[in-house]
Design a protein around this ligand. Structure first.
Ligand code: ADP
Ligand code: MG
Length: 724
């Protein structure tokens, strides 16, 4: 049903009721509906409910089980009952336990109500009011009474017949001027005439195959359910509709991109493959082989690849990226790799340069720190095509960067970049109908199904398994009180020549756990922790700090020394979170672990366990742990499987948080909830794929309704206007 403010996209077939001169349509304004006063109409309009269709589409947020009511004269001592009547008398009794008492009367009898210690009720319950109360009945001398009953007042004018059977009462999102009961009444009074006006945008056979009610049927079940199953059936249909529309939009767009935009098809043959493999100093894991197969197949197509490569921390995504970049170079095109932080860009640049030592390829690093003639020279090389591979940060996105022939754009750690940035990198080529193949790599494994909703237009490759010979990482949770023991332990490991990361508690970061740490953040924490350790538990060890305030050169030097083993422990912010790769580092201590998200903890832990030695991750839990952190820490201690953790994270925090609250446009759904509705999402995706394959523009007459609904809800956000 219509969200937003346009009139609904249903057929406007009028229908007149017998004895009613003015026929209704779904666009009949609310003020013409029965019982809608000026006040109510205004209240409805403020909620963006302006016509009959909007009223029907106003769904209950929940249903409340309302017990059958009995006349007071019929009730039996000892039963739990619901009765309604008028308050005739109230008083406060101050002798003994303070209490508020009231008498409730209906045509058949009287019952006393008594609330202990709730004398303030005198302000709220007055003689003359009508109340519905519920509770257990007991005897009180000659009379009957309920002690501490649940109660609700029945507002004047809202009273319907007393239910003789228990029912599921819809509770609507409401305002003061338009309360839930008023919605209930309004909908009740229009639903019989409104539903026949609603045409279903799904063909009958199609929805029956999926055991779903018609659209009108779903609204009926939602507003007037008899059983919990009714509600579940209705939701299934409405959630499916929402997911199907989105998936149809995504697939429509994608079919359009395939038809109208091209990317340079890259050459691949055994000689090229052998040439590339000669650069990789180890045997690829089966997971890497698989993903390289999938991506190299994509890159050979003349239509732009758009693929998400998700692989757990340390699963070896970099060589997959390298393979794709070298395919571009083999076809005399350029490739770019964009990392979320300078540190990572530098590290990628270094390791790729190392692997390609002695080749004729020109490799450049472009970050915010590249300035002056250095920068000029790089920009020139990129524009002329002399530079084959560019590795950088979001500095690659600035306007002055223009490629001679960019064939492959790779974005590392997707969750730190928005969809828009992805789009901008794709615009970086001269030919407007040509865009690069795009590969997006994420080390935060996103549940596959969620990836489809957030990045609905991406194909997904999953890199399973880790390179061989990695012993598992042991994870321990320790209270802050035992911090000295922790560092004593760290000391023994450092004595053996191993290295450690120590992550400072980073207050203030929990608002944006997935955004790159700013230069300011955590600097002070890191410095003071460094000083404490130097003078205290780790005295005599070679400690250095690394944080965003350091210049690129200084950071580089520190990292270099850490890698070379001349620093024992690195005290850091979450700057080291992603990508940093030092095999001899076997211990990571995370102070203030409660403040980090699951994904982030998992990333941090992934800094160790990269060599063949047994690694340990110690999570320090403080006194002021935010709610839910215990569950997070236990989850992280229980498994090192990033995929399992991602599912857990989704469960604990919901998809909104999962990708960072600031990544707008990520949750286009109002009804669907994840992971609960994953099955429906899969169904919707499959259905949309098949539908668009046979009818890419939804242009048939029979598709008119679904098409107009699709354009209304996603036309703008998905840019479907170009398509149509
Ligand atoms: P991530 O997926 O986290 O980006 P990297 O690409 O940084 O992982 O790889 C992690 C480490 O594993 C690197 O040191 C890399 O050289 C090494 N590595 C990757 N693939 C293999 C492999 N097939 N065999 C052995 N080591 C590998
Ligand atoms: Mg990486």
């Amino acid at each position: 049903m219509p969200e937003g403010s346009n009139p609904p996209a249903y057929s406007l077939r009028p229908m007149s009721a017998p004895g009613d001169a003015s026929p209704w349509t779904l666009t009949t304004p609310v003020e013409e509906l029965p019982g809608v006063t000026e006040l109510r109409a205004a209240a409805l309009r403020r909620m963006d409910i302006r016509c009959l269709a909007h009223v029907i589409a106003h769904l209950p947020s929940r249903h409340q089980l309302e017990e059958a009511e009995s006349p007071i004269g019929d009730i039996r001592i000892g039963n739990l009952v619901t009765v309604r009547g008028e308050i005739t008398d109230t008083r406060i009794v101050r002798t003994g336990r303070q209490r508020f008492e009231a008498a409730l009367l209906d045509e058949t009898g009287r019952i006393d109500l008594c609330w202990f210690n709730m004398t303030f009720l005198q302000e709220r319950i007055h003689p003359g009011m009508r109340l519905r109360v519920q509770g257990k009945v007991n005897r009180r001398g000659p009379r009957i009474q309920i002690i501490n009953p649940r109660w609700e007042s029945i507002p004047e004018g809202s009273e319907g017949p007393a239910p003789r059977e228990s029912r599921l009462r819809p509770i609507y999102p409401a305002t003061e001027d338009m309360p839930s009961w008023a919605f209930e009444r309004l909908i009740h009074s229009v639903i019989d005439r409104a539903l026949p006006l609603i045409d279903d945008h799904l063909p009958d056979a199609f929805r029956r195959d999926r055991a779903m009610p018609s659209l009108a049927g779903a609204y009926r079940l939602m507003h007037e359910p008899t059983t919990q199953e009714d509600i579940a059936d209705a939701k299934r249909r409405l959630v499916y509709d929402e997911l199907l529309l989105f998936q149809l939009g995504v697939h429509m767009k994608r079919a359009y991109v395939r038809r109208s935009l091209h990317a340079p098809p890259l050459k691949w043959n055994e000689a090229i493959d052998a040439h590339i493999r000669a650069r990789i100093p180890f045997t690829l894991t089966p997971g890497q082989e698989q993903v390289i197969r999938e991506t190299s197949a994509d890159l050979q197509q003349p239509s732009p690849a758009n693929r998400l490569i998700q692989g757990d921390v340390g699963s070896g995504k970099t060589v997959v990226a390298l393979y794709a970049m070298l395919m571009a170079a083999a076809s005399r095109h350029q490739a770019a790799l964009m990392a979320p932080t300078e540190l990572l860009a530098e590290q990628h640049h270094e390791s790729i340069s190392h692997l390609l030592k002695g080749s004729s390829l020109l490799i450049a690093l472009l970050t915010g720190s590249s300035t002056g003639i250095d920068r000029e020279r790089i920009l020139k090389g990129i524009a002329s095509g002399d530079i084959d591979l560019v590795i950088g940060t979001h500095a690659l996105l600035t306007e002055s960067v223009s490629f001679q022939s960019l064939a492959v754009a790779i974005i590392d750690e997707q969750h730190r970049f928005g969809v828009h940035q992805r789009a901008r990198l794709r615009e970086k080529t001269a030919d407007e109908h040509s865009i690069p193949h795009t590969l997006v790599m994420t080390a935060t494994p996103i549940p596959r199904t969620l990836a489809m909703t957030i990045f609905g237009d991406l194909d997904v490759s999953t890199l399973r398994g880790l390179p061989p010979g990695r012993p598992p990482i042991a994870t321990r949770i320790m209270p802050i009180e035992r911090i000295d023991e922790v560092y004593a332990f760290v000391r023994t490991r450092l004595d053996r020549g191993e290295q450690a990361y120590i992550v400072a508690a980073n207050i203030g970061e929990d608002e944006a756990p997935f955004l790159p740490p700013s230069a300011e953040q955590g600097t002070r924490d890191v410095q003071s922790l460094l000083n404490n350790l130097r003078e205290g538990t780790l005295k005599g060890k070679r400690l250095e700090a690394i944080h965003g305030r350091l210049s690129r050169d200084a950071r580089e030097r520190v990292m270099q020394r850490f890698r070379a083993g001349t620093i024992d422990a690195l005290v850091a912010t979450t700057l080291i979170e992603v990508g940093v790769d030092v095999a001899n580092a076997t211990i990571i201590v995370i102070e203030g672990a409660d403040r980090f998200g699951l994904a982030q903890l998992h990333q941090l832990r992934g800094r160790v366990g990269r060599g063949t030695r047994h690694s340990v991750c110690i999570l320090i839990s403080g006194n002021h742990a935010p709610t839910g952190s215990a569950a997070r820490l236990e989850a992280i201690a229980a498994t090192t499987d990033g995929f399992a953790l991602a599912e857990k994270d989704l469960e604990l925090r919901g998809p909104g948080d999962f990708i960072g609250a600031r990544q707008a446009g990520a949750a286009p759904f109002q009804l669907a909830e994840f992971p609960k509705d994953m099955d429906l999402l899969l169904l919707a995706r499959r259905d949309a794929e098949m539908w668009i394959a046979s009818s890419p523009l939804l242009a048939a007459e029979s598709e008119r309704l679904i098409r107009s609904r699709l354009m209304k809800s996603h036309g703008e956000s998905l840019g479907l206007v170009d398509v149509a």
